[in-house]
Design a protein around this ligand. Structure first.
Ligand code: GDP
Ligand code: MG
Length: 162
């Protein structure tokens, strides 16, 4: 079964996106025995193509340096396991060095990546989202994980990538 990992620096909205995908009408979610404690893994069976969705970064905040080290390690493990990666960035925060860090890891992995620009709640963020082309993707998916905006296009592309 295909594995889809959600990666990105802390606070971009990975867990919100994870829950949004799980919460959509067509997603039937089953927990894996043994790894349900953080609800970071879900097996989704009603998208036509079943897949496993992994959220990353569900750790306790430590110091800033520690947090970034944890982000790299968790991202590395998730990327290794994944067949497709949802790389989430934050349109409100804009492009950061940590985003570039993750992007470099993803290029090295040579795995298919969907670039998800989150927190595009309205028109003003839509205009700002273009700066993320600098990360190397040829398509950006502008979404609002919180409000559900842009999810249909993203899910469609995700299913195509599986
Ligand atoms: P994670 O650390 O990447 O898992 O990020 P979270 O999912 O915990 O979200 C971090 C913060 O961003 C929370 O306060 C969310 O409510 C907020 N957030 C997530 N998605 C959106 C969105 O689409 N729009 C806005 N405005 N805020 C969001
Ligand atoms: Mg999280």
């Amino acid at each position: 079964m295909s594995v889809v990992a959600i990666v990105g620096r802390p606070n971009v909205g990975k867990s919100t996106l994870f829950n949004r995908i799980l919460g959509t009408r067509r997603a039937i979610v089953e927990d894996f025995p043994g790894v349900t404690r953080d609800r970071n893994y879900a097996r989704i069976t009603r998208y036509g193509t079943p897949f496993v969705l992994i959220d990353t970064g569900g750790f306790e905040p430590a110091s800033e340096d520690h947090l970034l080290a944890q982000m790299r390690e968790q991202s590395r493990l998730a990327i290794e396991e994944a067949d497709v990666i949802l790389f989430v960035v934050d349109a409100r925060q804009g492009l950061t060095p940590s985003d570039e860090d993750v992007a470099a890891m993803l290029r090295r992995s040579e795995k298919p990546v969907l670039y998800v620009v989150n927190k595009v709640d309205g028109f003003s963020q839509e205009a700002a989202a273009g700066e993320f082309f600098a990360l190397g993707g040829d398509r950006l998916f502008s979404v609002s994980a919180e409000h559900g905006r842009g999810m249909d296009d993203l899910i469609e592309a995700l299913l195509e990538a599986l």
